[in-house]
Write a protein that binds this ligand. Structure first.
Ligand code: ADP
Ligand code: ASP
Ligand code: MG
Length: 816
């Protein structure tokens, strides 16, 4: 025999009740006659709570009562044959009238006792079960409505009554024997005390009703039918990537539900555990899906943890002082006091020095806890042996749960790393002595970010989501979006990485979408956005969205975003940029960026500052990190100048070559920005700093390629004219080189802490002799690479390779 419990959504509408009937028919056709336990229609218990509270406060409740009637009557009309409708309406109407009378009483007295409250709430299950049993009777004539308040006997702790198991089991067994030919439809959640008054088993308690029946009748299985595919790795409303678990032990299910996994009510596990009855959680709306089995001999799993639960909105109380040190019985006194007052303590931590005790309670218990503690410890407080109680509200608990934690070291490290990286401050930690769970208290407004980050960290075989905020939609920005779009499936499949671009801004507009902007239509969305570009507002929005694994991408060449980098790091957001200005301004700023990023556990990647997508910065860092020391760096890092000198030979004149370079899009609008060596200087400076030299811009000696007259020309046109005028100077250079079988190369050099950029003539023995097109080349001579330097060479300019470098940096964020 099985118990089938259907929750609020499963009885919440005519169509879901039809699905429920299909499930029962399938059981029936296999010769099974289950006991069916039902919840109130979805949302009805909350509605009843509201009505009761309105009445107690002297407010109207008639509109809600009408809504309640309508919801039930609509289902009756939809699912009962005409001739059966009237008797059902009459029975339901009797309930609604009784309910109204009760509420009137509360309204008159302005008083809502726990006893009356339970009685009011009981109408949810009584009405739904009555209604469904009538509908079911059209298919199963043996259907019988059962009011569980006559069978489940409890004490009088209204709202959360404790079951008298022995008596209850006898009553259920004898009732079942007497009705062995019936198909029972039992009200969930409600019970009764010795005096025949209605009690309830705690919110969500219909699951518990099912387990109580299951235990009394030695059921082979207890099925909990709900609206999700089983117990999931996290609350699916908070974590999109949560997935259903195949199997769990009773303890794991208990811990997960205790810490907030609402899908099953924690006490449900106890009767099932004692009798070793499996609990199966299944989805009414996807009945073929196997769901989750909670069982005794659950097979071992390779998941490091089973799931992550959370309780939002709790308060923490902290008691500390010298009066606690070494005082045996102090915590006993505190906790028995709270137990006596029926204050439920969700979590406790005590420092090893016994100097402080922190515990978490529901917000509605705070005032009472404060009062009783201050009274109990009045003397200690007066004598300053205890400091005044500190209360903090708006906190949340996040717990990771799983039996495997016991065998696997490093679980807490992983948890704290994920939280730390995302700037989530942990207020208190508790690990159950069973080591089945580790719980932390964090600020409630960090919960969503925290739970997603922790989920990503533990279920590594799943996709990790990076949330990108991108500045700049020029060539590089645009190309990056195209590359991300083209590679998204590959990334997901091969690297388990999903990149969501959640914010984009250029100098005109900005646009946001927490679910990720479409990389096909972002241009239209940006164009149509109502938000005018505002860098400071962009940064604020990025901080407010408080997303896990967040990356700020600066694809501009503007100094403006740089001013925000520090703030971004402080918000635990990584920065990826091709913008060189930040790293090549004052050394103090260069240092601050690194220190701040490190302190906040985030990444600062700027591979494309030097040589576009070529792995230059990474190579240098790897050398340094592995203990090597740079002796000399020689490099050609200006694609533009390379192009020019590679074409300035034979008949060509310098003016025409520069012009050609400009026409081909290799130069800045004013080619002197390249030819002056300023851009090259920035790259050498960044390399020198990354190689460990404390250097400023003025320390890089630049010998310009251009004679003074060209540099000083007023306009670009004048500049070209001056190139013509200086033709002899350039020709002379060319002839000298050619006569010596050499080529002209504009080379940056760092040696013994001296940096320079100078025009050289190199012969065929020089490694830079063969450089072609607009390629970059860099050679590192180090302690390890001293005979033959380590050389990196390749295309060092262009939107495609630069965007690819930014892309690679982005993917590396959070990799270690
Ligand atoms: P019912 O009315 O069927 O009893 P509940 O609303 O009580 O349903 O519980 C099901 C809901 O629990 C799901 O819709 C889901 O949003 C929520 N939930 C929270 N944590 C989890 C979890 N870890 N796994 C599955 N569901 C969860
Ligand atoms: N209807 C009750 C509640 O909403 C019990 C249940 O659904 O399990 O809490
Ligand atoms: Mg429930």
């Amino acid at each position: 025999m099985k118990i089938l419990k259907f929750g609020g959504t499963s009885v919440g509408s005519a169509s879901s009740i039809q699905t429920l009937l299909q499930i029962l028919k399938a059981e029936h056709s296999q010769g099974n006659r289950p006991v069916v336990v039902l919840s109130a229609m979805g949302g009805v218990t909350n509605l009843l709570v509201e009505m009761a509270e309105n009445a107690a406060a002297g407010r109207e409740f008639t509109a809600q009562l009408a809504e309640l009637e309508k919801r039930h009557f609509d289902v009756v009309k939809a699912l009962l044959d005409i001739q059966n409708q009237n008797p059902a309406f009459t029975r339901l109407k009797i309930h609604f009238n009784q309910l109204e009378e009760l509420l009137q009483g509360v309204l008159t007295l302005r008083e809502l006792t726990p006893k009356t409250r339970d009685q009011i709430l009981s109408y949810g299950e009584r009405c739904s079960t009555l209604m469904v049993s009538k509908i079911a009777a059209q298919h199963f004539p043996e259907a019988l409505f059962v009011d569980a308040s006559e069978l489940i006997k409890t004490d009088s702790a209204f709202g959360q009554a404790k079951v008298n198991t022995e008596l209850t089991e006898l009553l259920i067994q004898s009732f079942y024997r007497e009705n062995s030919d019936k198909l029972l439809f039992v009200t969930g959640y409600i019970a009764g005390n010795d005096a025949g008054q209605i009690t309830t088993l705690g919110r969500g308690g219909s699951d518990y009703t099912a387990a109580i029946f299951g235990s009394a009748l030695n059921a082979e299985e207890i099925q909990i039918w709900t609206d999700v595919n089983g117990m999931m790795t996290a609350d699916p409303r908070m974590v999109q990537k949560a997935f259903p678990l195949e199997e769990l032990s009773y303890t794991e299910a208990m811990e997960l539900s205790y810490f907030g996994a609402k899908v099953i009510y924690p006490p449900t596990m106890i009767p099932a555990f004692l009798k070793k009855i499996p609990i199966v959680i299944k989805n009414t709306f996807e009945p073929e899906f196997a769901g989750t089995v909670i069982r005794h001999d659950c097979k071992s799993s390779n998941l490091p943890i089973k799931g992550i639960s959370s309780i939002n909105n709790i308060s923490i109380l902290n008691l500390q002082g010298s009066g606690m040190v070494g005082k045996s019985g102090f915590s006993g006194r505190l906790f028995s006091l709270l137990a006596r007052e029926q204050i439920n303590i969700i979590l406790i931590t005590q420092s090893s020095s016994e100097h402080s005790i922190t515990f978490a309670v529901q917000p509605h218990d705070v005032e009472k806890a404060k009062q009783v503690i201050e009274l109990e410890f009045e003397l200690e407080l007066l004598a300053n042996k205890l400091e005044p109680l500190v209360i903090e509200s708006n906190q949340a608990i996040l717990a990771i749960v799983g039996e495997n934690m016991k065998q696997t070291p490093g679980m807490s490290g992983k948890l704290f790393h994920a939280l730390g990286r995302n700037g989530v401050n942990v207020r208190a930690i508790a690990q159950g002595s069973s080591e089945y769970n580790i719980s932390v208290i964090i600020s409630a407004n960090e919960l969503s970010k925290a739970i997603n980050a922790v989920h990503d960290a533990f279920f590594i075989n799943l996709t990790k989501t990076l949330h990108a905020f991108c500045l700049g939609t020029g060539n590089i920005g645009k190309t990056l979006f195209n590359q991300l779009n083209a590679h998204k499936d590959y990334l997901q499949k091969n690297n388990g990485i999903q990149v969501k671009v959640v914010g984009i801004s250029n100098t005109r507009k900005m646009v946001f979408n927490i679910d990720g902007l479409s990389l096909d239509t972002w241009q239209d969305e940006l164009q149509e956005s109502m938000h005018e570009a505002d860098l400071s507002a962009f940064i604020s929005k990025m901080k407010d969205m408080n997303l896990p694994n967040c990356v700020f991408i600066d694809n501009t060449a503007s100094p403006k975003p740089i001013a925000f980098y520090e703030e971004v790091f402080k918000s635990n957001i990584s920065v990826v940029t091709c913008n060189k200005i930040g790293n090549s301004a004052a050394y103090s700023q260069y240092e601050t960026f690194r220190d701040t990023a490190r302190k906040h556990g985030v990444d600062f990647f700027y591979e494309t500052n030097v040589g576009a997508g070529l792995p230059i910065i990474r190579t240098l860092k790897d050398l340094m990190n592995s203990g090597d020391r740079v002796k000399r760096i020689e490099a050609i890092l200006s694609g533009t100048i390379s192009f020019i000198f590679n074409h300035f030979k034979g008949e060509a004149n310098f003016h025409d070559v520069v012009k050609e370079a400009q026409e081909k899009g290799y130069t800045e609008p004013d080619p002197r920005d390249d030819l002056s060596g300023k851009d090259f200087m920035r790259k050498i400076l960044i390399l020198a700093r990354d190689a460990g030299y404390h250097m400023e811009e003025a320390d890089v000696k630049i010998k310009s390629v251009l004679p003074k007259a060209c540099l000083e020309a007023a306009t670009v046109e004048d500049f070209y004219a001056s190139l013509k005028a200086e033709n002899a100077f350039f020709d002379d250079l060319k002839q000298q080189a050619e006569a010596g079988k050499k080529v002209l190369r504009y080379i940056g050099k760092l040696e013994d802490g001296q940096a320079s950029i100078t025009l050289h003539m190199v012969d065929e023995n020089h490694p830079f002799y063969m450089l072609s097109g607009s390629d970059n080349i860099i050679s590192f001579t180090t302690d390890r690479y001293k005979e033959r330097p380590l050389v990196v060479k390749g295309p060092g300019a262009g939107a495609e390779v630069t965007a690819a470098g930014v892309f690679a940096d982005l993917i590396n964020v959070g990799a270690n």
